[in-house]
Design a protein around this ligand. Sequence first.
Ligand code: FAD
Length: 361
Amino acid sequence: MSDVLVIGGGLAGAVAALAAAGAGATVTVVRRARGATAMGSGALEFLDASPGALERLAADEFHPYGRVSGGDAAWLRGRLEEAAGFLGRVLGAQGLPLDGSLAAAGHFITAEGAPARAHFVARAAAAGERTRLRGRVAVVDFTGLARWPARQVAEAAEGQVVTVATPGLENFTGLAARFDAGLDWPPRVPEGFDLYLFPPVLGLERPLETPFPSAEVLAVPPSPPGWRLQRALDRALEAAGVAIVAGEASSPEIEGDRLASIRISGDRFPARAFVLAGGRFVGGGLVSGRAPADSLLGLAAEGGRGTWGLPTDASMRPLRGGEPAFANVFAAGALLGGAAGRSGSGVAALTGLAAGRNAAR
Ligand SMILES: Cc1cc2nc3c(=O)[nH]c(=O)nc-3n(C[C@H](O)[C@H](O)[C@H](O)COP(=O)(O)OP(=O)(O)OC[C@H]3O[C@@H](n4cnc5c(N)ncnc54)[C@H](O)[C@@H]3O)c2cc1C
């Protein structure tokens, strides 16, 4: 029997599992598929970049930041810094270092034209921040790559398109491409540029490195940066000794005010404590019936279009009728809802850390 059983293996579940394992607990993660985490753009959104966002979200009682901080913006800032530091260390140790800070959002060149604002990105994308663009910028186009608007990106970056031939590789796009498998690396790019901007398709496990200054441009999901994030989390879980079980958690067995066990593929898995981190509708943590509810325990979600999620107390225990529904169940991540304001990764990291630590107590 594990001390802690985490349902969901996306960003929130992984952080919760790593936090619980770090506190000395034996931990099992169950997940049935990749969720929203594997679909990210490479921008890890902790806060939207509008002025006063942190204070506004701390004061928002329907946002997880507001629920856990009780309106205390200084407390929230401290916990977000801590969560960003935790995530940065975890990902850095797995070859996916982060770049950025909560103090100021960067404006990143994207494949869509308009810049994306984000506080944290993978380091491979960092030099694509607009104020860091210096000198002559080349936007690399590969002859075999489909749907990469190199010209549009060059306009946004005030750069110049340079084309690299990819004989034998045709009509490749993002994730499905396995572009790295057949590409000569490093590519032979024309000399004379200070920065080379690449499409975000270079390397599925880790971003490929170049012997010249370069950055990957952010793009709409799904793209390899999300997949890399998920893979780095998976490696971190393995390194921490967390057991990962593939399957669907169902049929909760309840004893008094405690969840005693769940079923996965016909077997019962008991645990001392549980973390619900099943994501929202994409991950499958919430189901929409007459009223949205969590898919395992049937706890009612609160909110509205775009913000549905489980309410919790400050220790991350989901509520029923305003009281913790179970003594030993915690919740984290997109399942908590309210995350429409471009804070998905921050919510997952902050609440995952808190839920994992509390479950391990
Ligand atoms: C399409 C899309 C793109 C996004 N892009 C970004 C982005 O670029 N940057 C950003 O910061 N945020 C982004 N977000 C927000 C994103 O939801 C959060 O950032 C965060 O990754 C959510 O993590 P999570 O762990 O809560 O959920 P998920 O990553 O969805 O993980 C949920 C996990 O729970 C599992 N699960 C669910 N129910 C069960 C069950 N009963 N049994 C077993 N397993 C179960 C799923 O299989 C999955 O593994 C995006 C969201 C979506 C929908």
